[in-house]
Unconditional design. Structure first.
Ligand code: PGA
Ligand code: MG
Length: 225
């Protein structure tokens, strides 16, 4: 692929910037204990992340990526999860190796960067701040910023509009099929990370433009200053 210089780079959070599963799994399992139900563990939770905390709670309750719990159970469980995650969203989570270096390289080379996530804003902002990432982004679009979440293109188009950049001139960095679908529908270029969460599937099967093992590989595809 020929190197290019997008006018804007929009980066996914969970599974791309930050390994947030340890905190999410802790909260899922504490919730399950409070409900007198079996704990689910990190491996299961890793396959369920990517569609927001409400969908994660539903999946934990039914112990499957598909299906819906009874509304009564959900009404009991979801406030428990939210309360737990409020105090446990940046404790066990960590920034992936290479992320800071990659973003620093982009900024040194004149790139403008933003963050887009399906995580609700009440959790997104404190997590990015705790990990020292928040100030790197010109725009942060959370799961409840727009009427639709990824895989819908709306959050990406919203970010591009705020930045005054045409979608065809924008690049998304993500980890999941929702990122690929949202980027394709919005007209963004899309690079994906191999290390993230994609419901247990290989992200290569979703044909992003580029697949990378680390943000350190960005200079292989993006033009330097
Ligand atoms: O599922 C979530 O809460 C967020 O996931 P995302 O940051 O990968 O969009
Ligand atoms: Mg993700």
């Amino acid at each position: 692929m020929e190197k290019f210089k997008p006018g804007f780079v929009l980066i996914d959070l969970d599974g791309t910037l930050i390994d947030s599963v340890p905190d999410l799994a802790y909260c899922v399992d504490e919730m399950m204990k409070q409900l007198d139900m079996p704990v689910r563990g990190e491996d299961a939770v890793r396959d369920w992340v990517g569609n927001g905390v409400q969908r994660l709670t539903e999946r934990a309750l039914v112990n499957s990526v598909d299906g819906m719990p009874d509304q009564d159970l959900m009404d009991k469980a979801y406030p428990i999860f939210l309360e737990l995650y409020k105090d446990n969203n940046a404790i066990r989570s960590s920034v992936y190796p290479g992320v800071l270096e990659g973003i620093k390289w982009m900024k040194e080379n004149g790139y403008r960067v933003g963050c887009v996530t399906n995580k609700a804003e009440a959790f997104t902002v404190p997590l990015l701040k705790d990990k020292g990432l928040y100030d790197l982004f010109e725009v942060v679009v959370s799961g409840d910023t727009c009427a639709e979440k990824k895989p819908h293109p709306m959050p990406l188009l919203h970010a591009a509009k705020l930045m005054g950049v045409e979608p065809e001139n924008a690049l998304m960095l993500g980890d999941s099929q929702s990122d690929v679908k949202a980027a394709r529908a919005a007209g963004f270029h899309i690079f994906c990370m191999t290390y993230g969460y994609n419901h247990g599937e290989d992200i290569r099967d979703y044909n992003p433009d580029v697949v990378m093992d680390s943000f350190m590989e960005l200079p292989n595809y993006l033009v330097a200053k």
